[in-house]
Design a protein around this ligand. Structure first.
Ligand code: NAG
Ligand code: NAG
Ligand code: NAG
Ligand code: NAG
Ligand code: NAG
Length: 222
């Protein structure tokens, strides 16, 4: 009796949590959240809202990976060469080379611990890096954002790439979807992503869930 009650509660919890999950389709990706922040700040500063391009965003994730987890290299002269976009990053994402548009702005920031997208915007991407005049540049039409930790842990890199390409004819993906290259999250692909946190966050959720379950069962008195 107590066991079946417990199972019922577990089922209810599961349904509630999956329903909640279904509602926030875009919000569950820190890269998409960052794009939303960029666009609200741009419009507040009389610049246009930018298209969230998954091909460009996937390239931003490859751009991060080129740093190989070395936070200290950010801001030094070690930034990836322009030729890498066509030679390495685009092929890794499955971006059709013929649709590559010029990348006219790039901003990258890095920090040892994970912060939320709001703090990443102010602390990592704008304050430390003083890149606001890049972010507010009126010549852009598109943006791609990515966040990644190496091996699911720190340091955490945040990258923004900007382009003035035509919104739906640039950085097109072969077959319409980007090759997913975890760990890391990128914007515009309409996918939930917590890859930046690594599996530890999923494990936390599992523990919380197991904890709640155990408490309920204990209370019922199995
Ligand atoms: C989220 O999903 C709902 C229904 O699936 C859809 O109506 C809505 O437009 C989506 N939101 C965004 C921002 O894509
Ligand atoms: C940018 O947007 C965030 C969130 O929308 C807001 O809190 C912040 O004040 C804005 N910053 C600037 C410089 O407009
Ligand atoms: C905006 O970006 C374009 C293209 O990179 C550049 O030529 C221009 O100087 C930038 N404008 C400002 C105000 O930074
Ligand atoms: C580009 O996208 C916009 C908005 O998503 C759409 O209205 C327009 O028809 C698209 N243009 C082409 C050429 O697909
Ligand atoms: C101080 C600092 O880190 N500046 C960097 C900010 O980001 C731009 C674009 O990636 C770099 O060119 C700067 O060196």
């Amino acid at each position: 009796m107590a066991t079946s009650l417990c199972l019922t509660i577990l089922c209810i919890l599961f349904v509630i949590s999956s329903a909640a999950h279904g509602e926030k389709n875009v919000t569950n990706n820190p890269a998409d959240q960052l794009v939303a922040i960029i666009n609200s700040n741009r419009t507040a500063n009389k610049a246009s809202s930018l298209g969230n391009n998954p091909g460009l965003a996937c390239i931003a994730l490859q751009y991060i990976k080129a740093y190989q987890g070395n936070c200290d290299d950010v801001g030094k002269s070690k930034k990836p060469a322009d030729s890498e976009f066509a030679n390495t990053f685009a092929p890794k994402c499955g971006v059709e080379l013929a649709t590559l548009a010029p990348i006219t702005g790039r901003v990258i920031g890095c920090q040892s611990k994970y912060v939320n997208p709001e703090r990443a915007f102010t602390e990592i991407l704008t304050m430390k890096n003083r890149s606001l005049n890049i972010i507010y540049n009126t010549t852009y039409t598109e943006v791609g954002a990515a966040v990644s930790g190496s091996d699911g842990g720190g340091p955490y890199f945040w990258c923004l790439l900007f382009s003035n390409g035509k919104s739906n004819s640039s950085f097109l993906l072969e077959g319409g979807t980007a090759k997913i290259t975890s760990p890391g999250c990128f914007s515009g692909a309409n996918d939930d992503c917590s890859g930046a946190y690594g599996w530890s966050q999923n494990l936390n959720i599992l523990f919380i869930f197991a904890g709640v379950f155990a408490v309920i069962c204990y209370t019922i008195g199995i």
